[in-house]
Design a binder for this molecule. Structure first.
Ligand code: SF4
Length: 383
């Protein structure tokens, strides 16, 4: 018999997680979530990891949902004290129909002018389409969908076994089309790509094609991670329907490893890149920037440097080379001044004196900067 879901009222002391700077995947600096636990109960969900999950029994994760009733008020208070940047938020599991905490948190972001990034497995997010458009008009935002397969892909039935309580992928694509039609940035987070289950070429191609056909502008690929009790839970779920894959997973994720060994991530990342090029969409999420942002050029350069780091990773470049670009991106994210002003007032030397850029990347960054549109009041750099 199906287990009943218990909703537990919960009043946390804080709700906003703050990072020093935006991440290079979703471009979010803050995160705030309305619930703990998720009724979709995907077998691979990383939220079962000990560091995220308060549950002793990993099965409770999908059946005992903690409802952060004071989250909107906490979020309003916390966002009032921090610089505007993108908030990773929203959670449209069935509980949201009843409690509407996600909606109220989005209203806070709208009131205070914070952009949002929403990542969903449920088309219920369409309920708040108008609200998200309101946020997007003031502060460009994105709504992405976690999708691993399509109804025409050979992996469909197998993937559905791993996320059987989540709404069907075709419903997510239909929702994507509505967001795209309304003019919002949307696309697919193809994560986690499951070795032996959803990493076949026909599935990858189908997901990229369906994304492009439904107005999605990107497909971001990501691999499965396995850790502590989440690892145990996932491996347990493989027994039975995927018992033949146990050895594959043992090899790809030897004890103590968190990510895959070998070049699995690189292989699927490169393939998704090729497919995205073929279907005319991006394999990275474009960074939304608020119009008139004084540090727009800095953020565009950060995006370009992060993309370079990712490309080098896919090419199998030495990690020190990858980290050179990643650290340069951090340096520009941290730079308080408009980088164009630094360039126009101090010349190339000004760029090279930014810690993390130096003479190694100065000319490359300068070249990239010259290709950006200058903002009003700032002279384009003299080359
Ligand atoms: S929908 Fe997302 S958060 Fe919910 S169980 Fe699945 S992977 Fe986890």
């Amino acid at each position: 018999m199906a287990r009943r879901t218990a909703f537990v009222p919960y009043a946390p002391r804080t709700v906003l997680n703050k990072a020093r700077r935006a991440d290079h995947w979703f471009w979010t600096r803050y995160s705030a979530y309305p619930y703990i636990g998720c009724q979709h109960g995907c077998a691979f969900c990383y939220c079962r990891e000990r560091k995220y999950s308060p549950y002793e029994d990993p099965d409770d994760f999908a059946h005992v949902i903690k409802v952060k009733q004071n989250a909107p008020e906490l979020l309003r208070r916390a966002l009032s004290r921090v610089p505007i940047d993108t908030v990773f938020t929203g959670d449209y599991q069935p509980a949201e129909r009843k409690f509407e905490i996600s909606k109220r948190m989005l209203e806070v972001c709208r009131d205070l002018g914070f952009p949002v990034f929403v990542l969903e497995r449920s088309p219920l997010v369409l309920r708040d389409l108008d609200l998200l458009l309101e946020i997007d008009r003031r502060a460009p935002s994105a709504v992405a969908f976690s999708i691993l397969t399509t109804p025409e892909a050979p992996s469909y039935a197998a993937v559905r076994l791993t996320e059987r309580l989540a709404p069907a992928p075709e419903k997510r694509f239909a929702a994507m089309e509505r967001f795209a039609g309304a003019g919002m940035l949307t696309g697919t987070c193809l994560m986690p790509i499951l070795p032996g289950i959803s990493d076949d070429d026909a599935t990858l191609e189908s997901v990229v094609r369906w994304t492009a056909d439904h107005g999605g502008r990107f497909v971001l690929a990501g691999s499965l991670t396995l850790s502590d009790q989440q690892r145990d839970y996932f491996v347990q779920s493989l027994r039975g329907p995927f018992a033949h894959l146990l050895e594959t997973y043992r090899r790809l994720y030897p004890p103590g490893s968190y990510a895959t060994t070998g070049d699995f991530s690189r292989r699927v990342g490169l393939r998704v890149r090729e497919l995205c090029q073929r279907f005319g969409i991006a394999d990275r999420i474009p960074r939304p920037i608020i119009p008139g942002d004084r540090r727009e050029a800095n953020k565009r350069l950060v995006e370009w440097l992060a993309d370079r780091a990712y490309a080098l990773e896919l090419e199998g470049a030495p990690s020190n080379q990858v980290w050179t670009y990643r650290k340069a991106a951090w340096a520009l994210e941290d730079l308080v001044q408009d980088v164009r002003r630094v360039r126009s007032e101090l010349g190339l030397h000004g760029l090279e004196s930014i810690p993390g850029i130096g003479s190694a990347l100065g000319s490359e960054v300068d070249h990239m900067l010259a290709s950006l549109v200058p903002s009003p009041g700032v002279q384009p750099p003299v080359l």
